[in-house]
Write a protein that binds this ligand. Structure first.
Ligand SMILES: [Zn+2]
Ligand SMILES: [Zn+2]
Length: 238
């Protein structure tokens, strides 16, 4: 197997996911691209939604004070900007599943504390029609990797998207909320009572999807829902 991967490296030497220049390790970014990622430090973010702050504080943001999220806590590893977008979009839409180990490793490294709070790993599900189109659920690929590396229980299909929701790219927060309300449900046979769930997704936009998932999970008896996403979009004022 090792010899096989050596041959592969010679034929297709590893390249930086962003700029394409040759790198010495199997998967990842060159040092230049790596430094362009805007990581969100846990100690300078809202403990409820993961919104980044300029200063070191864990104060709850005004948005969360006005509308407390349904999930227990959320953490985004990086800011969703032009750089992280160029990492995540190919992984999501262009069959770049080879990026899974690198991206999942970001969750494992920078989301360690969030992961430690949980006993069960789940992913935000896709509707079956979307899954047929895309062939894989990018959030589930990340969840599988995290569960395997941490030894935590993976429940890949307990949470389902019962209603296909339209793509939410340009919707307002209110539209998004309406769009995903009641879109998720827990399978009746799934025993989720008392579990502390790590809910994984690739991008947090307004948080409406995560809230809708958390509502369904809590209804099924889940004790705590801790969200972990690769990138967070926080365009509303603090
Ligand atoms: Zn690069
Ligand atoms: Zn917040």
């Amino acid at each position: 197997m090792q010899a096989f991967s050596f041959v592969l490296d010679v034929l297709m030497p590893p390249r930086c996911f962003l700029c394409g220049q040759l790198v010495t390790y199997k998967s990842g970014l060159c040092p230049d691209c790596f430094t362009q990622i805007r990581y969100i430090p846990a100690e300078a973010s809202c403990p409820l939604c993961g919104r980044p702050y300029e200063v070191t504080t864990n104060a709850v943001c005004t948005q969360c004070l006005a509308h407390k999220p349904r999930y227990t806590s959320a953490r985004a590893i990086m800011v969703y900007d032009d750089i992280s977008k160029r990492l995540i979009l190919p992984f999501k839409h262009a069959d770049r599943t080879d990026m899974t180990p690198f991206l999942a490793q970001q969750l494992l490294t920078f989301g360690k504390e969030q992961i430690a709070k949980c006993d069960t790993v789940m992913a935000v599900p896709l509707h079956t029609s979307r899954l047929r189109q895309r062939k894989y659920n990018q959030a589930l690929l990340l969840a599988q990797y995290v569960a395997k590396k941490t030894g935590k229980t993976l429940l890949p299909d307990a949470l389902v998207r019962v209603r296909a929701t339209k793509s939410q790219g340009h919707d307002s927060a209110t539209q998004r909320k309406k769009n995903v309300q009641g879109a998720f449900a827990v399978k009746s046979r799934a025993n989720l009572k008392g579990r502390r769930v790590l809910l994984i997704d690739d991008v947090r936009t307004t948080g409406a999807t995560l809230d809708a998932c958390a509502t369904a999970l809590r209804k099924a008896g889940v004790q705590e829902v801790h969200v972990l996403v690769l990138a967070g979009r926080y365009h509303m004022p603090v």
